[in-house]
Design a protein around this ligand. Structure first.
Ligand code: WT7
Length: 656
């Protein structure tokens, strides 16, 4: 594994420049250490101070952390607030005319939305939701393209205490169906279609198809934003245009004051079973994580920054660093409908130049693909507005890090490599860029108050230099509260009894170097990370197995230059093993099938056929062996326990 090796040899260190450090919110390592020490000395007092400083409470809290029903922790649990109030209303006295959103459409058209205008739109849509009977605690599925209306829909839910669950527009009707049902959604918000890279992709028809799959009686209405102008089938009893819904609605709406623990949203993510997990976040603790990480890691300067996180709102990154964090701070931010390579691979750099972006946050996979398509392109644009860069989603290889640092940041901007997860809600391990020296490929040090550690299978800390499980030993405010409808799975997955039942098991392996810096090594479960997107091997396996041709399937990951990881599927067909043109045809068919079952992001990059899969005598598929085969590695493992060793030769052959 080239990546891991180059990471292990990495010795370069980049301390913050004197200029950056001088202006930073947390300036110098001594300040960082003081915060960390404060959290260690008075954990609850530390978080309470942060929560009072960052959040406007309707009713102040007197309780801080409740651990009596661990691991179902509660924070600030007699406080009351409204998240949308914190993102909008509280800025209006001074910032009504300030630009909140700079929306750039796929075709380059730009639309600016002030805080006042965003407030008005959110209130009107919130009133529209109420007119359709949506109440506090109801679930609303949002299946929308990246744009102003997606932000409005999410904020409107927050405003009335409805729980949103955003489903990424790239997920299929089948995936959407599963999420609508699991959440028991009362309403779905969608668009006729989305436009990305010049192409129209239908969304409303996927909603229709999802509901047609059945058992969706919970859905009383589908609100459709007109974006692509495509014709769409219409069910007058159920469907309503966005513009008709908000027409005539009041542009003010009293926020619903909710308890700090009231669920703000559910976001589905992949785990190690065939079914996605509904990660459930709170209102108070989640908002605090978004605010603090904006201030600490992104060194937010609300009055002068132009912030741009390129993530879609369908992922947690879009929730915390598009919809909630930047708006809670009253910042100006860019939101982008399109893709980084359209009309050409200079799009990001042109947008940074055009909008004078100061803080840019994207994924390693995007960086790698842009290096490949035009490593000199950034130099053709004026990127002097940039002061800070960030990455998220997967480990960044030092080569990509160095290019990002030199070609994009002009060796001037610190790079914040941010480790966190859907479950943690906000950054956990990342540099505070005015304090922590960075090393290419390391996410550096835990944030103040985050009690991270690397442990063995009994929960004991491992020495520096040794690999182990990445854990967080004390509950923190932005941690997920449960899995929607499945508290037992929450407990078992994240707080295993083997580690004492109170330690958060992240699902990643990591090691720390001699300076205590964290280096993420990869997932410990059957979760793949493809282009920064989380995919469960079991989900793809069950999708394949649902195909009438397939008898059995096993899925593993293998390293990929651009995507980080590629999906390799081993398939046993019913009937004879396919070869030649027939095999090619079936591969195309199965890839399409997975695209329809889950979404295009889950399509296997490679499919290999065998008469069988390598199994132990007790019938367990030997995935480690399959991983070695997928990587083209020599098989050094003991295969004597294998029921059918002859199968290995067959599986070495890939169909392309
Ligand atoms: C998994 C979480 C957090 C938003 C995007 C992904 C991997 C995430 C990093 C990083 C190394 C990273 C981990 C983690 N990951 N950021 N900076 N360095 N690995 O959220 O879909 O919940 O995936 O992404 O494996 O567990 P997610």
């Amino acid at each position: 594994m080239a990546n891991i090796e180059s990471v292990l040899q990495e010795t370069r260190v980049f301390p913050p420049s004197a200029a950056f450090q001088a202006q930073a919110n947390v300036s110098g390592m001594a300040s960082h250490q003081a915060l960390t020490a404060r959290a260690a000395a008075d954990y609850e007092g530390f978080w309470a101070d942060m929560a009072r400083a960052g959040i406007s409470w309707k009713k102040d809290f007197s309780k801080i952390l409740d651990e009596s029903n661990a691991p179902f922790y509660k924070w600030f649990y007699d406080g009351e607030l409204n998240v949308s109030y914190n993102c909008l209303d509280r800025h209006l006295p001074e910032k009504a005319d300030k630009t909140a959103l700079i929306f750039e459409a796929d075709d380059g058209a730009v639309r600016r939305v002030t805080y006042q205008a965003l407030y008005n739109q959110v209130c009107a849509f919130a009133n529209g939701l109420k007119s359709r009977g949506v109440q506090k605690g109801d679930r609303v599925i949002i299946y929308m393209p990246m744009g102003v209306e997606a932000v409005v829909a999410m904020q409107a839910c927050a405003r009335i205490g409805a729980i949103h669950s955003v489903v990424f527009g790239g997920f299929s009707a089948k995936s959407l169906h599963e999420r609508i049902r699991d959440a028991g959604a009362r309403l779905v918000v969608t668009a006729d279609g989305s436009i990305r890279g010049g192409k129209m992709l239908p969304l409303k028809s996927a909603v229709d198809a999802a509901i047609a799959l059945g058992d969706c009686e919970c859905v009383e209405a589908v609100v459709v934003y007109r974006r692509s102008g495509d014709d769409t089938a219409w069910n007058a009893a159920r469907d309503i245009w966005w513009h008709d819904l908000v027409n005539g609605m009041a542009q003010t709406c009293e926020p619903e004051w909710v308890n700090a623990e009231h669920p703000l949203f559910i976001l589905y993510t992949s785990g190690s079973t065939g079914h996605p997990k509904g990660v459930q976040h709170s209102s108070g603790g989640y908002l605090l994580g978004a605010i603090l990480s904006m201030q600490w890691v992104f060194d937010a300067r609300p009055d002068t920054d132009v912030f741009w996180c390129t993530a879609d709102v369908g992922w947690i990154t879009g929730h915390s660093y598009v919809v909630y964090g930047p708006l809670a701070l009253g910042m100006t931010e860019v939101i982008f409908e399109g893709v980084p390579t359209y009309p050409d691979a200079g799009r990001f750099w042109k947008m940074i130049q055009d909008h004078q972006v100061t803080t840019f946050y994207t994924a390693p996979t995007a960086i790698r693909s842009l290096i490949k398509l035009g490593s000199d392109l950034p130099r053709q644009y004026d990127l002097s507005s940039l002061r800070l860069l960030g990455t998220v989603g997967e480990p960044i290889n030092p080569e990509a890090w160095m290019w990002y640092y030199e070609a994009v940041g002009q060796s001037r901007c610190p790079i914040a490599d941010t480790w966190w997860q859907t479950e943690t809600g906000s950054h956990m391990i990342a540099p505070l860029p005015g304090a922590v020296a960075t090393k290419p490929g390391s996410c550096t040090l835990p944030l103040p108050g985050i009690m991270a550690d690397v442990v063995d299978e009994h929960g004991g800390s491992v020495p520096l230099g040794q690999g182990g499980y990445l854990v967080i030993k004390r509950p923190f405010p932005s941690l997920l509260r449960s899995l929607w409808g499945d508290p037992e799975r929450f407990r078992k997955t994240y707080f295993p009894a083997e580690l004492g039942g109170k330690t958060y098991l992240a699902g990643d392996s990591a090691h720390r170097d001699a300076d205590g810096y964290y280096w993420i090594m990869g997932r410990i479960d059957d979760v793949l990370n493809v282009s920064g997107h989380r995919l469960g091997t079991m989900e793809i396996e069950s999708a394949l197995a649902a195909n009438p041709r397939v008898a059995e399937a096993a899925v593993v990951g293998k390293p990929h230059d651009i995507k980080g990881e590629a999906v390799v599927a081993f398939v046993v067909l019913k009937g004879a093993r396919a070869s030649g043109d027939e095999a090619k045809k079936i591969v195309a068919e199965l890839r399409d099938w997975v695209g329809k079952e889950i979404g295009p992001i889950a399509k296997p990059d490679e499919i290999r056929f065998g008469d069988n899969l390598p199994k132990t005598r007790s019938g367990k598929i030997m995935r480690r062996l399959l991983r070695a085969i997928a990587r083209g590695e020599e098989i050094t493992q003991d295969v004597s326990t294998l029921e059918n060793p002859a199968i290995l030769e067959q599986l070495k052959e890939a169909v392309r």
